[in-house]
Design a protein around this ligand. Structure first.
Ligand SMILES: N[C@H](CCC[C@H](N)C(=O)O)C(=O)O
Length: 276
């Protein structure tokens, strides 16, 4: 299997262009993502044909589960399509389980260096995120974890996120509370967990525990969910820079059009052949 090893701010993927995914894709994802016995990555990403967009993307977490959306992977897929001239345009559409994402490439020397993605509308209805709460907006809802009472705001970008604002983001929070919240009974499909420290009305710092992966250096959909939750709770403007461990993403929630734009880099590290 020919692959490209790519990342978006350190959230890394094995990217494969195929006509379809193999029957055993779920077990293959676990093997491929293993950092000792496999190639090592946070996820396995397929670029596939689409009859609704230029291409289709499917994303499988390192635990083998398929996610509806992945912001960092969309930027990597857009870069792959542009750099390998699968479509000779800086405007590319990518079909995902969360909808069709339109991207605009910024290139230098015929290589994509940054990608701006229309990630579509945030989904705020409690049951649609999904959570167990039948409320139009689950905002600052209390959740008890390890004896601590935290407040989360639930936002879906096609995949579910619980955004928790804290005074100071710390590793202990992510590693101890992340896995418990991920699998909490409030969230029927489990959930990605973002811990967010507001720096000012235009900047936040975010650590993330990802559903089906664990802590990652960056989460594109998590940054989108964070931007929406921060604006919804009056903590920031609707355009913010999200500082992640792996680097920065620019998030703009255009509330008139009700779409979220995410802008950030995508990097190809190496290509190879897998015998897994
Ligand atoms: N673990 C996520 C998928 C990857 C999302 C993240 N890597 C991103 O960049 O959006 C989920 O199960 O919803």
């Amino acid at each position: 299997m020919k692959f490209s090893k790519m990342h978006g701010l350190g959230n890394d993927f094995v990217v494969v262009k195929e006509s379809s995914v193999p029957e055993d894709v779920f077990t293959l994802a676990i093997k491929v993502c293993d950092r000792n016995f496999g190639i090592g990555a946070d996820g396995l990403v397929y670029i596939l044909p689409s009859n609704k967009a230029d291409f289709m993307m499917r994303i499988f977490n390192s635990d083998g589960t398929e996610a509806e959306q992945c912001g960092n992977a969309v930027r990597c897929v857009a870069k792959y399509i542009y750099d390998y001239k699968l479509k000779e345009s800086t405007d590319i559409s990518i079909e995902t389980k969360a909808g069709i994402q339109h991207v605009v490439i910024t290139a230098e020397d015929n290589k994509a260096v940054a990608v701006r993605v229309n990630m579509g509308p945030p989904i705020l209805n409690g049951l649609q995120v999904p959570t167990v709460f039948d409320e139009t907006l689950v905002k600052e809802k209390e959740i008890e974890v390890n004896g601590q009472i935290l407040a989360f705001t639930a936002v879906s970008m096609g995949n579910p996120h619980a955004v928790i604002f804290v005074d100071k983001v710390e590793d202990a929070l992510v590693k101890e509370l992340g896995p418990i919240i991920e699998k909490h009974s409030y969230f029927p499909k489990k959930i990605n967990v973002e811990f967010v420290e507001v720096i000012n009305s235009k900047e936040v710092k975010m650590y993330v525990w990802e559903r089906g992966v664990g802590e990652t250096l960056a989460c594109g959909t998590g940054a989108c969910a964070t931007g929406v939750a921060a604006a919804l709770t009056g903590r920031t403007d609707s355009q913010v820079t999200v500082h992640l461990k792996g680097g920065d993403l620019i998030i703009e929630w255009d509330q008139d059009k009700d779409v979220v734009f995410m802008t950030g880099p995508a990097t190809e590290v190496f290509t190879g052949t897998s015998f897994l």
